[in-house]
Write a protein that binds this ligand. Structure first.
Ligand code: TRP
Ligand code: ZN
Length: 518
């Protein structure tokens, strides 16, 4: 986004074409090095109004999405990212021609669009999300026996609404979902009530007023127990628990209901919570968790041994690192996962289950130099490898090494200034390093080069834990939090690989080997 569409804009010449340069097609992507067709060029979205009807019995999704945007060039056509079949597209009320090619929809209005125009793009579409595959043959829509989940990363939006599907084009959202009576439908932000529809179905309304990336918009439809409360800071909290959680249900509640407490703690580490609402959803329909904005979605697999607040700390940390400050390109994923994983260690220390230094030392020691874990380059994971275990654990070790190198004052100052200056925006690894150098006054290029861009196990000096106490404690007995931290990481990392049907069997096997060293 950037600029809100104004009423005045809507009455200006719809397709101003008098400018000098010839209108050209908007680019089909924003040029992400890993996913060049993600997002679209030539316009900037400010708002999505998504109105869908979903029938869990048939998986049929019927939608009308209205996109408010502004052109950033003269356009002869523009693209949208959507996999479902399109019935019609109107641009500023003019019916437009569309051609679709697995996720890239080209929209050609009857006359070209001038630069810097307000655009209202209305897309009518209908289809069964389970049946449509992306250009790589993948389908991330999750049909469940009683509903469905639109929860995935980096790609999920194109299974349920048309968008410019890249984290650099953030917008606000109104999401309205009509489902049969008795079915619950959850999304991000603030609950805006339900209405009966004429045919006896029920409409659920959700509103997100903070800027949000497309992959962080979610749907959870099915049988849920919904709990609404108010956080100590006055924010609305909405959590939802699948009615099929079984024996994991109480542990899920005992974890996710502590979200406001975890959020309060993270505010002391990262600065003010960036959004307007909180919550969480627990479901058997996924095998991982995702930091869907204001309201993460959690698999029940995190809760087989009782409460697990480390995954809550992880997902809520993403509200700062990932959601408010999003990747500039998917190559920057360390800025999400390295910091969310490190937040688990900070939370463990706060809960007196081991210090972050002890936990870092433990994870550093556990894998010998020959472990292939150390060969992964966290700062350049490559498309499809963004969620390698090393991005999490070596990534968190990198954060801790940085902290050791600059001291707590400069460390937490850097995190807070990063958040304050990048809020609702995007960041690159190189920008973070530059800020860290500016705040600490220390040259840090070599440290980050070692931890993020160089293969091999860094030396103990590179980790820089100052006291022998941390090191010996770790060797003797693992910090108390390790069992939970391992579980959290394994479910986040391994299961999503299996879900995605591009399981990296090598890494999974090595991870098991890693455990054997304990
Ligand atoms: N980003 C998620 C987290 O760490 C985990 C994750 C990794 C994921 N890959 C995914 C979630 C793929 C959904 C789909 O919290
Ligand atoms: Zn994460």
């Amino acid at each position: 986004m950037a600029i809100a569409a104004t009423a005045a804009g809507l009455v200006t010449a719809l397709f101003g074409t008098t400018a000098s340069a010839a209108p050209t097609p908007g680019a089909p992507g924003v040029g992400d090095p890993y996913y060049p067709n993600d997002g679209n060029g030539g316009y900037d979205v400010s708002h999505y109004n998504i109105r869908i009807t979903y029938n869990p019995a048939t998986d049929l999704l019927t939608g009308t999405t209205t996109i408010l945007a502004r052109s950033t060039q003269e356009l002869s056509s523009l693209n949208l990212d959507l996999l479902l079949p399109i019935k019609s597209v109107r641009v500023n009320n003019f019916l437009s021609r569309t051609t679709a090619n697995t996720g890239e929809v080209t929209v050609t209005p009857p006359s070209p669009i001038g630069n810097n125009q307000n655009l209202t793009i209305v897309v009518q579409y209908e289809g069964k999300p389970s049946t449509v595959k992306d250009a790589k043959g993948a389908n991330y829509w999750k049909k469940t026996p009683d509903g469905a989940l639109a929860v995935d990363e980096p790609h999920i939006a194109q299974w349920w609404f048309p968008s410019s599907d890249h984290p650099t084009d953030k917008a606000t959202y109104d999401v309205s979902i009509v489902v049969p009576q008795g079915v619950e439908a959850l999304s991000n932000g603030t609950f805006a009530g339900t209405q009966q529809t004429l045919n006896g179905w029920i409409r659920w309304n959700w509103r997100t007023v903070s800027q949000q990336a497309t992959y962080l918009a979610f749907l959870a439809i099915g049988q849920y127990e919904i709990r609404s409360s108010t956080a100590p800071n006055g924010q609305p909290v909405v959590s939802a628990y699948g009615e099929d959680l079984g024996a994991n249900g109480p542990a899920a509640r005992a974890s996710i209901e502590r979200t406001p407490e975890v959020t309060e703690f993270l505010e002391t580490q990262f600065g003010p919570y960036p959004f307007e609402a909180q919550g969480g959803v627990a479901s058997t329909g996924i095998g991982f968790a995702l930091e869907t904005q204001t309201r993460p979605v959690y698999s029940t697999l995190f809760f087989p041994r009782g409460a697990n607040t480390s995954v809550v700390a992880h997902e809520m940390a993403h509200q700062w690192f990932g959601d408010s400050v999003s990747v500039k390109t998917w190559r920057d994923i360390w800025l999400n996962e390295g910091f969310a994983r490190y937040a688990e260690w900070l939370w463990a220390e706060n809960q007196a289950e081991g210090t972050a230094a002890e936990i870092a030392q433990y994870y550093y020691d556990r894998r010998p130099a020959e472990d292939p874990f150390w060969q992964f380059v966290v700062g350049e994971p490559g498309a499809g490898n963004e969620f390698n275990i090393a991005v999490y654990d070596r990534g968190a070790l990198a954060v801790h090494a940085f902290r050791n190198a600059v001291g707590d004052e400069a460390f937490f100052e850097t995190l807070k200034i990063w958040q304050a200056t990048k809020k609702n925006g995007n960041g690159k690894i190189e920008e973070f390093i530059a800020l860290a150098e500016r705040i600490s006054g220390k040259p840090l290029f070599a440290l980050f080069q070692t931890w993020l861009f160089t293969k091999g196990k860094p030396s103990p000096e590179d980790l820089g834990n100052p006291t022998a106490a941390a090191r010996t404690a770790s060797a003797a007995t693992p910090p108390k939090a390790i069992e939970k931290l391992d579980l959290t990481r394994d479910v986040l990392v391994r299961t999503n690989h299996l879900d995605h049907d591009h399981a990296d069997h090598d890494h999974a096997a090595h991870d098991h080997a890693g455990h054997d060293h304990n």
